[in-house]
Design a protein around this ligand. Structure first.
Ligand SMILES: Cc1cc2nc3c(=O)[nH]c(=O)nc-3n(C[C@H](O)[C@H](O)[C@H](O)COP(=O)(O)OP(=O)(O)OC[C@H]3O[C@@H](n4cnc5c(N)ncnc54)[C@H](O)[C@@H]3O)c2cc1C
Length: 469
């Protein structure tokens, strides 16, 4: 489990040359022009000895075999959008950024998507056919990283989790073998991939279900002075009482560009402007200092969150689950964030109000994803410049999480937070305590599948599952 100790010098020049010849994509080392370690959170980067940027699935297979033969640890980078080191390694990094082909099977309402494709590429490809996939709110997240751990977004209320809409996947296993997973091919692997993350192999392609999608959606961004927080919270509570599945709202606390505290409500209604206004005008009526409401082409919806991609500096995220949302609790979270912003000025709290009943209606044993309680996910993001704050970032992140979920049920408070935002816990793999907690009732079955497909724990970066003994 420890990071491998094989020094770069010990990879023989001959084996590297041979390896390069077998790969259609690129193989790079520090100093090469193609060598690119970039990630959204620079603090989550590790200096890989070799980066393989595959062009075809066979390249991935070669990379897995080469890493194992050389005793190098293996990491997989998709969109590079987690703030954890799960997609980084000192050894060999498989960087999926060039595997982005998307093929739409319109009659079957299916999309065949190479796993390095990003949200906005999927939106653009599917909408040409009047269809949409279950994608997240961020344009730059890769399909592989997103879907393997669950995947929530603006479609969650209508169609459920992205993982629940997975139909098949092509996976490079720990042996380097290329396998298919679906209800009829390796069904145990298919079950495990729907929530089990990067524990079972490198996913080169997914096939996902598509749904009829209107060409545009109604979006809002309302910015308030903090004094409006009581009214904002009340408006959200009233909206929650009548919310429709195709409506989603986010509440954010942060500093604005001038360093002043701000409360922001953003929302997307997958509807006409009229339908969106009916749902969201209650937020306009509170009197924001800045108001944006607009009908957005569907292929632009995930670009609405692009500001988050451009936040500079270091980042660490954790999710808090809540089942109590009122002014008293929101004010505590707001105060905690503002205190934190004195030393980590870009930090943020984001409440994601996505209807979860569709997700909760799926039996927990039907796929590896086990967080099917109807909780609200809150992203606690600690964002800072420079290194002096780094040693305390983790503690501050946990402190914020504790305040945010403070008045919720014990189950919500003890949750690690929505798995795709549980970055702070995902690499604590000295024991399997966190994996066990995360997967709960599905852990024992996941251990069986791990024994079959990855008994040597080649894939051990993220909530590493121990094979059954
Ligand atoms: C600004 C922002 C907005 C976000 N919005 C949403 C949202 O709306 N909904 C949501 O559910 N999540 C959201 N997330 C969380 C995001 O889905 C996760 O961080 C996800 O893991 C990122 O995937 P990635 O491939 O981009 O990241 P990476 O850091 O590259 O990878 C994350 C994990 O996935 C693994 N992985 C990636 N690709 C593959 C592959 N092909 N095969 C096997 N393993 C792979 C990596 O090894 C690593 O363990 C958001 C994150 C950010 C930063």
């Amino acid at each position: 489990m420890a990071e491998e100790s094989t020094g770069f010098a010990s990879i023989s020049a001959e084996s590297l040359v041979n390896f390069r010849q077998r790969v259609k994509g690129t193989v790079s080392q520090p100093g090469d022009p193609e060598y690119n370690l970039s990630k959204w959170a620079p603090n989550s980067i590790k200096p890989s000895k070799v980066i393989v940027t595959p062009a075809v699935v066979e390249d991935i297979a070669e990379a897995v075999k080469f890493a194992r033969a050389q005793g190098l640890t293996l990491g997989v980078r998709g969109g590079g959008h987690s703030s954890s080191t799960a997609s980084a390694t000192d050894g060999l990094l498989i960087d999926m950024r060039n595997m982005t082909l998307i093929r739409i099977d319109e009659p079957a309402k299916l999309a065949h998507i190479e796993a390095g494709a990003r949200t906005n590429e999927v939106e653009a490809a599917t909408i040409k056919h009047g269809l949409g996939a279950c994608v997240g709110a961020c344009s730059q997240v890769s399909v592989g990283g997103y879907i393997l751990s669950g995947g929530v977004g603006y479609s969650t209320g209508t169609y459920g989790l992205a993982a629940d809409n997975l139909v098949a996947a092509t996976v490079v296993l720990a042996t380097g073998e290329i396998a298919r997973a679906s209800e009829s091919e390796n069904p145990d692997l298919f079950w495990a991939l729907r929530g089990g993350g990067s524990n079972f192999g490198v996913v080169s392609e997914v096939v996902v279900r598509l749904h009829p999608q209107r060409p545009d959606a109604y979006a809002i961004a309302y910015f308030y002075i903090p004094d409006k927080l009581p009214e904002v919270v009340e408006a959200i509570r009233q909206w929650l009482a009548v919310r429709k599945g195709h409506e989603a709202v986010q509440l954010r606390f942060s500093l604005d560009m001038e360093g002043k505290p701000v409360v922001i409500v953003t929302g997307v209604s997958n509807s006409t402007q009229e339908g969106g206004e009916k749902a969201f005008n209650r937020f306009r009526d509170i009197g924001p200092v800045k108001a944006i409401n607009v009908q957005v082409p569907w292929q632009e919806v995930s670009n609405l969150a692009n500001a988050a991609n451009e936040i500079p500096g270091n980042k660490l995220c954790v999710g808090a689950h809540i089942d109590v949302f009122d002014f008293e609790q929101a004010k505590k979270a707001y105060d905690a964030l503002m205190e934190l912003a004195k030393s980590a000025p870009f930090s943020i709290v984001i409440y994601e109000f996505y209807a979860f009943d569709k997700v909760a209606s799926v039996p927990v044993e039907s796929a590896a994803f086990s967080q099917r309680d109807d909780f609200v996910n809150v992203i606690c993001g600690v964002f800072w410049m420079g290194e002096e704050f780094s040693p305390q970032a983790r503690d501050e992140c946990l402190k914020l999480k504790k305040v945010v979920s403070g008045s919720s049920s014990t189950k919500a408070q003890e949750s690690l937070g929505y798995v795709n935002t549980a970055d702070i816990f995902s690499t604590l793999n000295e024991t399997d305590d966190y994996a066990r907690k995360l997967f709960g009732p599905n852990y024992a079955r996941l251990q069986q599948v791990k024994r079959k497909y990855d008994p040597d724990m080649v894939f051990d970066r993220w909530f590493a599952i121990r094979p059954a003994t």
